[in-house]
Every structure is written in structure tokens, then in C-alpha cells.
Write a protein that binds this ligand. Structure first.
Ligand code: ATP
Ligand code: MG
Length: 551
């Protein structure tokens, strides 16, 4: 426990120390820097909560910056979805919305500055040769034969690269650092490559694009970020981050800090892999309610409050860990219990005819919409001589511990009467199709039976005459194993997809009040789970509900 609190606070401790020491004049400026090459996932949500949360708690500002340096994979569709996701999570970048591509000219000028200071050169090795010359963990690199080009030649070639005189792959711009460095990231890392590609923001203006590792620290510096927080895999890139801000005349020197990325059981947290699922149509899209994307969980019915609580609960640590997906589901359940409107829905119905209830009579029962919150008001629930109950709430030959309906036994219909089963009707195949029951009129409002008996079992039900239909979608886990990315060589994570992750139910009977279900509301279908209207596929008269999570 101790350690968890300590771990949760390591970034806060750094920020507090910097405030105390007046390191940045008391300023706290963080940023969330997505590359617009896919939809955000739950891992990004952790980073958003961390960066925006720190800024909010220390009266600072968090920037939303698109790190859009690779036109090949980027798209405005992603830009828009990312903005919507950050807003949905409840955060606001105010007017601090930036694009690394807005700094392309500045980054180019600084590359020229580096060349003039003999700290960058145009290399003409091809990709394969670059790799070969770089060496590896056990083998030092060796200098490119182009490393000693004169400043004049470098300036000339770099300008011509920019002007589009060369083809892709013909030249690159590299930092001149140390090919013998034990840190491979310092072996003359790439600064620019030629890409004759249209960019979603700058159009056809550029024929060369900066590398992420060069653009990122300098964008941070331009925006005077104080604490540049990223995931652990960038730890080995930090020396180059520092090299950039130390060797370029930047207006501010931000520092990079790393935390462990979020990994969760039964989920895949990589845009590249999620994109595969979308492209290969293994899911219905980025916002498929089974996807661990923010748009997926939003459509599924998870709430931003639950997501933020989850981020708080798991904290921020420096050591990699695997978080159980049930922790997130618990946060969702906790929040939904608080906010969900109650309703009764029978998913797998059997008809019950109440033989001693007048055939043409309807009673309107006023029932609370939330057991603990009167502000949710009441709803009308209809009772009549024909109701539906769940097939699983009836047993013809009940076990001793079965307290629901059985021949000759009594059960309470929630919010209504106690009924007793008198007769079981079956089809020729022996399947139960209808139950004939009698009701006890004195039992309304939870009262005991005429004989003074308290009935233990309480089940949900829906009046047949007043029920509505809807499509109900139940979701299982998208992957069938806790660690779907862990596959033997030659196999694919997609082999771990759960073939039964979606069950569609069309037979359900829903209480009448749900005909006016609100897409903005969450519902608890009593005893069956939390549900919401599917924001994409549901239509008036053809409602579709998603099960958000089981109870
Ligand atoms: P992916 O690996 O899914 O492609 P990414 O890291 O390439 O994600 P970016 O758009 O570069 O995605 O990430 C934006 C920010 O989100 C980065 O600061 C990154 O560190 C953070 N981030 C990405 N994945 C996670 C994760 N699983 N947990 C926490 N933060 C994450
Ligand atoms: Mg990335």
C-alpha cells in the first residue's frame, strides 16, 4: 500500500519540487502529444488524465499537440476523433491546441542551424546501409563515408532535399553525435527524411519531414512545456531529447520524464493492432463497443467519470505492470450504480398467464427510477393478466436452494404481486411455453401473502400487453486469453480473438417506459446488467441497446 502511494506521487513530487524551487517561475505546462494515426485507446486515456490532471491540480495548462510528422499514416479523421475523445474525458485545452506541423519552418531553420554548427550532415547511404553502419547492442557503429561533407555541401544538399530535387531514400539529414555511443539512439539519429507526400495540414508544401525524435523535444521547447511526460519506451531516447534542446537555440528547456504505459488483461493496447482489427473487419469499426478505444467504450456506455476514477485508482508508476480489466469494470459498475435509471427487461421470456386477474384490466404502478436517489423520480410500470418472466427464473424440478418459480411454488414479481404456479404448458417437444399462475391481491407493495407468508424469491417481469421489443447486444471479452499479445513466434494476436464476443438478442421484452429511452442516459435492467442505447444503430421504433457491463 505504502509503495502504491509513493508510486502515484513520483511525478507530483517532481512538479511540487520544481514549484518550490521556482525552476520554471512557478509554471506547470504539460502536453498530451498524440500522433493522429489512429483512434485513442484506454492507455491514452491514462496519459490524458495524467497530463491534464497535473496541469489542473497545479494551476497550470495542458496543451493538446498533434505530433503529425508522418503524413503517410495520418489523417484529419483521427485529429477530429482525438479532440472528441479528450473533451469526452472531461478535459479542456482552452486555446492551447497545436500541431507539430505548424513548426515545420522553425524545425527546418534549426536543422540549418545544426548544419552550420557542424552538428548535422546529409547522409547518402541507403536504408539498408544505414542499418548496417549503425551496428547494434553488441557491435559499435561506424561512420558513414558522407559524415565529413563540408558545411556548404550539406547546406546545399539539404536545401535541395527540401525543394524536391531528390527522390525518396536518396538522402537523409542526420545529427552528428557519436557512432560509437553505447546508446544506439545517439548513433547519428535521423533528423529528416524525404517524403513526397501530401500532409493533412501543410498540403504539398514539404518534400522532407522531420523525425518524431527531433520534432518532439523542439515542439515541447517552442511551447515552453515544463514537464514532458511520456511512456517508458522513450527512456533511451531521453539523451537525444536533451541533445536537441541543448544544441538548438530554443526559447526554453523542457525535461522529459517517463512512466509505465498501461497494459491490461484481455485487451490489446496498440493503435497499429487495433487498426488491423478495423481494416480486416474483425470488428465493426474503431467505435465497436468491444474495442478498447475511447470511442468504443463511449459507445459501449462507459462513463468519463469511471475512466477518470480508474486512472486515479491505478496510479502512475515507473515499473511496467499488467492491470486486471476487472478493475476498470468495477469503476464502471460503481459509477453506473450511482447514475443508472432502473428498468425491467426480460431477455429470454416465458409467458405467464395470471388466471385470477381480470383479462381487460391494467394497473399502473408507480415505481422508483433509482433506489437511492429520489431525484430520479418515478416511472409507470404496467401490470396485467399476461406477463413475461425469464426462462431461467422457472424450474420444473427445482433444487432445494432454488427460491424462484416452480410448480406449486410462489415468487414475488418485483414491485408487484406474489404469484403461484398452478400449471405448466409445453410444446410437443417438451419445451415449456407458458405457465398458468394465480396472484395474491394482498401482496402489493411488498406485503406478505394472505396466509402471512413472506416470499423469499423476487424476480423481474414485464407486462406482455405493454412490453416493447428491441435488439439487445451482449458483449463478452474481445480476446479469449488474458495476454492476447503474447503469442508464439509465427502466430498472430488475432488468433486470440474470442469468437463469442457478441451475442445479439431479438426476443427480449422491455418495460414500456423504455420506449422513450434517452441516448444520454444509462439504465440498469434489474438483475441483468447495465445498458444504454447504441448511439449509432438505434432508431426510434427499432431500438438497439448495448450491455455496458454485467451487474
Ligand atoms: P500505440 O503504441 O498504441 O500506437 P503510441 O504511443 O504510438 O500508441 P501516441 O499517439 O504516440 O501513441 O501517444 C500519445 C501519448 O499517449 C504518448 O505520450 C504516449 O506515451 C501515451 N500512451 C500511448 N499508449 C499508452 C499506454 N498504453 N499507457 C499510457 N500512455 C500511453
Ligand atoms: Mg507512437
Amino acid at each position: 500500500m505504502e509503495q502504491k502511494i509513493e508510486a502515484q506521487n513520483f511525478l507530483r513530487q517532481i512538479v511540487e519540487k520544481d514549484i518550490k524551487n521556482n525552476t520554471y517561475g512557478g509554471r506547470v505546462v504539460t502536453r498530451f502529444p498524440p500522433e493522429p494515426n489512429g483512434y485513442l485507446h484506454i492507455g491514452h486515456a491514462k496519459s490524458i488524465c495524467l497530463n491534464f490532471g497535473l496541469a489542473a491540480d497545479y494551476k497550470g495548462q495542458c496543451h493538446l499537440r498533434f505530433d503529425d510528422t508522418n503524413p503517410e499514416t495520418e489523417d484529419v479523421e483521427y485529429v477530429e476523433s482525438i479532440k472528441a475523445d479528450v473533451k469526452w474525458l472531461g478535459f479542456d485545452w482552452n486555446d492551447h491546441l497545436f500541431y507539430a506541423s505548424d513548426y515545420f519552418q522553425q524545425l527546418y531553420d534549426w536543422a540549418v542551424y545544426l548544419i552550420k554548427n557542424n552538428k548535422a550532415y546529409v547522409d547518402s547511404l541507403n536504408e539498408e546501409q544505414v542499418k548496417e553502419y549503425r551496428g547494434d547492442f553488441n557491435r559499435p557503429g561506424k561512420d558513414s563515408p558522407y559524415r565529413d561533407r563540408s558545411v556548404e555541401e550539406n547546406l546545399d544538399l539539404f536545401e535541395r532535399m527540401k525543394n524536391g530535387e531528390f527522390s525518396e531514400g536518396q538522402h537523409t539529414l542526420r545529427a552528428k553525435i557519436d557512432m560509437q555511443s553505447p546508446n544506439i539512439n545517439m548513433r547519428d539519429p535521423l533528423l529528416y527524411r524525404i517524403k513526397k507526400m501530401k500532409h493533412h495540414n501543410t498540403g504539398d508544401k514539404w518534400n522532407i519531414y522531420p523525425m518524431y525524435d527531433y520534432a518532439h523535444p523542439l515542439s515541447d521547447a517552442i511551447e515552453k512545456i515544463t514537464h514532458s511526460i511520456c511512456t517508458l519506451e522513450f527512456q533511451d531516447h531521453r539523451p537525444f531529447y536533451d541533445w536537441c534542446v541543448d544544441n538548438v537555440p530554443v526559447p526554453a528547456k523542457p525535461r522529459q520524464y517517463e512512466f509505465a504505459r498501461l497494459n491490461m488483461t484481455y485487451l490489446v493496447m496498440s493503435k497499429r493492432k487495433l487498426l488491423q482489427l478495423v481494416k480486416e473487419k474483425l470488428v465493426s469499426g474503431w467505435d465497436d463497443p468491444r474495442m478498447p478505444t475511447i470511442s468504443g467504450i463511449r459507445r459501449r456506455g462507459y462513463t468519463p467519470e469511471a475512466m477518470r476514477n480508474f486512472a486515479k485508482r491505478i496510479g502512475v508508476a515507473k515499473a511496467e505492470s499488467l492491470i486486471d480489466v476487472e478493475i476498470l469494470e468495477d469503476c464502471v459498475k460503481e459509477d453506473l450504480d450511482r447514475v443508472a435509471y432502473r428498468a425491467m427487461v426480460v431477455l429470454d421470456p416465458i409467458k405467464v398467464t395470471i388466471t385470477n386477474y381480470e383479462a381487460n384490466k391494467t394497473e399502473e404502478l408507480n415505481v422508483s427510477s433509482h433506489p437511492k436517489n429520489e431525484a430520479y423520480g418515478k416511472r409507470k410500470v404496467y401490470f396485467s393478466n399476461e406477463v413475461f418472466i425469464e426462462r431461467a427464473d422457472f424450474m420444473e424440478n427445482p433444487d432445494a436452494d432454488f427460491f424462484r418459480l416452480a410448480p406449486g411454488k410462489e415468487v414475488r414479481l418485483r414491485n408487484a404481486y406474489v404469484i403461484r404456479c398452478e400449471e405448466v404448458l409445453k410444446d410437443p417437444a417438451g419445451r415449456v411455453i407458458e405457465l398458468k399462475c394465480v396472484y395474491d391481491p394482498v401482496t402489493l407493495g411488498g406485503k406478505p401473502t394472505a396466509e402471512g407468508k413472506k416470499v423469499k424469491g423476487i424476480i423481474h417481469w414485464v407486462s406482455g400487453k405493454h412490453s416493447i421489443s428491441a435488439e439487445i447486444r451482449l458483449y463478452g471479452r474481445l480476446f479469449k486469453v488474458p495476454d492476447p499479445e503474447n503469442v508464439p513466434a509465427g502466430q498472430d494476436f488475432k488468433a486470440n480473438l474470442n469468437p463469442n464476443s457478441l451475442t445479439v438478442i431479438k426476443t427480449a421484452k422491455l418495460e414500456h417506459s423504455l420506449s422513450e429511452a434517452d441516448v444520454a442516459r444509462k439504465y440498469q435492467f434489474e438483475r441483468t446488467g447495465y445498458f444504454c442505447i447504441d448511439s449509432k444503430d438505434s432508431q426510434p421504433g427499432a431500438l438497439v441497446f448495448n450491455r455496458i457491463v454485467e451487474l
